[in-house]
Design a binder for this molecule. Structure first.
Ligand SMILES: Cc1cc2nc3c(=O)[nH]c(=O)nc-3n(C[C@H](O)[C@H](O)[C@H](O)COP(=O)(O)OP(=O)(O)OC[C@H]3O[C@@H](n4cnc5c(N)ncnc54)[C@H](O)[C@@H]3O)c2cc1C
Length: 374
């Protein structure tokens, strides 16, 4: 075998997995089609360390988010990577919403997020005097981080432990052999080359279902749907009006967490992301300036100091969701294909939020699958 373990994709998940596996094994290779790590979803998100509030109890999202956020805080401390445990408020702006917010309270408790506080108007005023809400839940364990710093550190640790990174190479074929797999790559000018690997992990983000299809491990229900999330930056010094992240109630269909207000490590404030379905699965990171009024209307409900002119288009990212429009809420797929006759083959599909928060817990989960005794 040319390689022991090949990881496809150098987003935050591929990097975290490579760092963990290289602790146990030599011959770890990471293959990435872009010329650098983290050029896709991992660098186009809110950079929020989620507390694990909304996900269905018992799901991978719930358990790995709650576990992963503490692992992540420890890691960020250990390697001195910029972050801030600023906390967040989930707010209700009407009595009807207060009723719905009880669900958030119940689910967060079931998920083990017990460091939370129900606030009435007075409590809200003492924390966030400039927002409008009739009730709120304060989650102090939510935070923000420098996701580029995190990825850089993960890549460095993987390299120090012997992992090799091949950038500018797209995986175009995976063929199962008697033992292991033959992987075909195409470089920037399209010329193919091949190598063999005993184990293969697919962490290909937006293309993970297509990569799984290369060796027939894709299953019905694995199809990824693109949901774009746009952001608008809030200017005119208005960032000074909030001290922590402010979230409305999540969308009833759970496609997004609701159009929220985040602050970044420089203290700047952003609104978003929204959720726009891209039926053609084409990467499109444009932000439509005409959407400012929709953002203003949604966020203005809880940020009364906002004016439409404060908003300027910022970045966009694309969620690789298993949930289609009108479809049911889906958990992540982290599947060991060994029992189906593909030993050492693992697929990670539909790794949408909170996979940045959970990246270290996901990596440990994958490591346990890879080194499990047969
Ligand atoms: C708008 C938005 C906001 C979000 N906010 C948060 C948040 O605040 N907190 C949080 O925890 N999560 C958040 N997320 C989710 C989080 O960003 C993702 O879950 C996470 O980044 C997924 O990482 P990944 O490594 O799986 O994917 P990616 O970063 O997409 O990496 C996959 C990599 O695989 C490569 N690749 C694909 N196909 C091939 C191939 N055939 N050959 C070689 N390489 C290939 C790609 O080039 C890419 O680099 C958000 C996501 C979005 C879109």
């Amino acid at each position: 075998m040319d390689a022991e373990i090949t990881v496809i994709g150098a987003g935050v998940l591929g990097l975290a997995i490579a760092r963990d596996l290289s602790e146990e094994s030599q011959g770890v290779f990471v293959i990435e089609k872009n010329f650098r790590f983290g050029q896709e979803t991992s660098s186009r998100n809110s950079e929020v360390i989620h507390s694990g509030v909304y996900y269905p109890p018992g799901s991978l999202k719930a358990t790995l988010c709650v576990e992963g956020k503490w692992m992540l805080y420890d890691f960020l401390e250990q390697y001195d990577i910029a972050h801030k445990k600023c906390g967040k408020l989930v707010v209700a702006v009407s009595e009807e919403e207060t009723g719905r917010m009880k669900e958030v309270w119940d689910i967060s408790g079931k998920n083990g997020v017990t460091d939370r506080e129900w606030l009435n108007r007075k409590g809200i005023e003492s924390l966030e005097p400039h927002i409008r809400a009739v009730a709120a839940i304060h989650f102090p364990s939510t935070g923000i981080l420098d996701s580029h710093g995190l990825m850089k550190q993960l890549e460095a640790l993987a390299r120090i432990r012997g992992a090799e990174f091949v950038y500018g190479a797209r995986v175009t074929g995976i063929e199962r052999l008697k033992a292991g797999y033959r992987i075909t790559l195409a470089d920037a000018d399209g010329s193919p080359f091949k190598f063999t690997s005993r184990k293969v992990i697919n962490a290909a983000g937006l293309e993970a279902d297509r990569v799984a299809a290369l060796d027939g491990t894709r299953m019905p229900g694995d199809e990824i749907h693109f949901w774009k999330g746009q952001y608008f930056r809030v200017t005119c010094g208005k960032h000074r009006y909030i001290n922590r992240l402010i979230y409305p109630l999540p969308d009833p269909d759970h496609i997004s967490l609701g159009l929220h207000a985040t602050i970044d490590l420089n203290g700047q404030m952003k609104l978003g992301p929204d959720a726009v379905y891209l039926p053609e699965r084409k990467i499109d990171y444009r932000v439509d300036p005409a959407d400012a009024s929709r953002f203003f209307e949604a966020a203005g409900k809880y940020l009364p100091f906002l004016e439409e002119n404060d908003l300027i288009p910022d970045q966009a990212g694309i969620r690789p969701k298993l949930q289609k429009p009108g479809g049911r809420v889906r958990d992540w797929v982290i599947r060991d294909e060994g029992p189906r006759g593909y030993p050492g083959r693992i697929n990670l599909i539909g790794m949408d939020s909170p996979a940045l928060t959970a990246c270290l817990a996901i990596a440990r989960y994958v490591k346990n699958l890879i080194f499990a005794k047969p």
